[in-house]
Design a protein around this ligand. Structure first.
Ligand code: 6GU
Length: 368
């Protein structure tokens, strides 16, 4: 990712890549951060960039032309237009979904305001996104830009040395992280929970999930109410199973994959509730035993949201029929997606679909 930060305080931005992970990412050329000094684009011989507000009032306003020239210089250099993000307390409060969406861009312009603000006209002309980093007021947008650079860069390939680590963190399931421990085994009379010393990975994973749930319930009840247990139910050939496995990994650390080719699972079915989310992964082309033609007896939801994902182009558009069948069983439709079966692109497709699914989940969470 290449960041271009338009600012009156370029020194502040240099600090973003001054230490730790982002310094290494910068040195390895995985990200670039360029601070563009708005002042050097002043149209004024004294290098002034601010002026008094029309209509009176306290403070100064950053004039339109300097900001505009600074942006034009960047776009000319990069050779194309980019998203221009204005950091302001009036923006949409940054969340992980937005972070991941910005991370899909090749380069970004981050515009930092100061004084009382920037002349509205240049904002109207160039800004594509208004972003705030929380409901409090800062002296300028630089810290917001640095927060964005930090959060977005975690998604640039190679920035985190542990490839698996980023997809398993706090917000993936709307759950907070479980507690961590390292040596010694006893510190100030406090023991490390014995399950962690047991070597039983299944038990450990279960304990961590439990702790995450408890912790979220206690510390962030607002998040807890919006958390989902995700299930992927698939049937069809092995490739569909691969899609289901890859997808659940993207969506949830604690998600479960149910293979409905297995008669035993089909017979057992499953009862789901409102805090569950079920993703049905089906072949686009009907196979001999279509799950939808014969839904297992004991498969039911209680107002459970579901997503239908087909692998391969859908031969027949049976959306309505499928929806009705599932609704009769207590599932309520959230979305339908299609993965085209070009194997080489499967990973990219899953990346895209998982983000789409999370956006969909967010829409029901915001309704709660
Ligand atoms: Cl991004 N900028 C400023 N100036 N204040 C803020 C902010 C950003 N986010 C919260 N407060």
């Amino acid at each position: 990712m290449n960041y271009y930060v338009l600012t009156l305080f370029p020194d502040m931005i240099q600090q973003a890549t001054g230490a730790s992970i982002l310094r290494r990412a910068d040195q390895n050329g995985l990200i670039t951060v360029e601070a563009v000094d708005i002042r050097s684009f002043s149209a004024n011989k004294h290098m002034r960039v601010d002026d008094y507000p029309y209509g009176g009032g306290a403070g100064m306003v950053l004039e339109a032309e300097s900001v505009y020239r600074a942006l034009c210089a960047v776009e000319e250099k990069v050779g194309r237009t980019m998203r221009v993000i204005y950091l302001t307390p009036q923006g949409k409060v940054l969340n992980q979904i937005m972070v991941e969406e910005f991370a899909r861009e090749e380069s970004l312009v981050l515009l930092c305001g100061h004084y009382e603000g920037i002349d509205e006209r240049v904002l109207e002309e160039v800004v594509t996104d208004y972003v705030s980093i929380g409901d409090y007021v800062l002296t300028g947008g630089e810290l917001g830009a640095m927060v964005m650079i930090d959060a977005i860069s975690r998604f640039s390939p190679g920035v985190l040395n542990n490839e698996a680590s980023f997809q398993f963190e706090s917000f993936q399931d709307n759950l907070l992280e479980y507690p961590h421990y390292t040596r010694p085994k006893i510190w100030h009379d406090r023991q490390v929970p014995s399950v962690l010393l047991s070597g039983n990975h299944k038990k450990i994973e279960k304990w961590r999930h439990q702790k995450s749930l408890e912790r979220t319930k206690n510390r962030r009840p607002d998040l807890f109410r919006r958390s989902y247990q995700i299930f992927c139910i698939w049937y069809g050939d092995e490739r569909i199973g691969v899609v289901a496995e890859l997808l659940i990994k993207k969506l949830s650390r604690y998600g479960k994959v149910l293979n409905f080719n297995r008669r035993k699972l089909r017979r057992e079915g499953g009862m789901f509730d409102q805090q569950d989310l079920v993703i049905f992964v089906f072949p686009g082309q009907p196979t001999e035993h279509s799950l939808l033609d014969e839904l297992p007896q004991r498969l039911a939801g209680r107002n459970t949201p579901f997503i239908l994902l087909t692998v391969g182009k859908r031969k027949y558009q049976k959306d309505e029929e499928e929806k009705l069948k599932l609704e009769k069983r207590g599932f309520s439709k959230l979305a339908v997606f299609e993965i085209l079966s070009d194997l080489s692109k499967e990973k990219v497709e899953i990346e895209r679909i998982s983000l789409e699914i999370r956006k969909k989940i967010l829409t029901i969470q915001l309704d709660m």
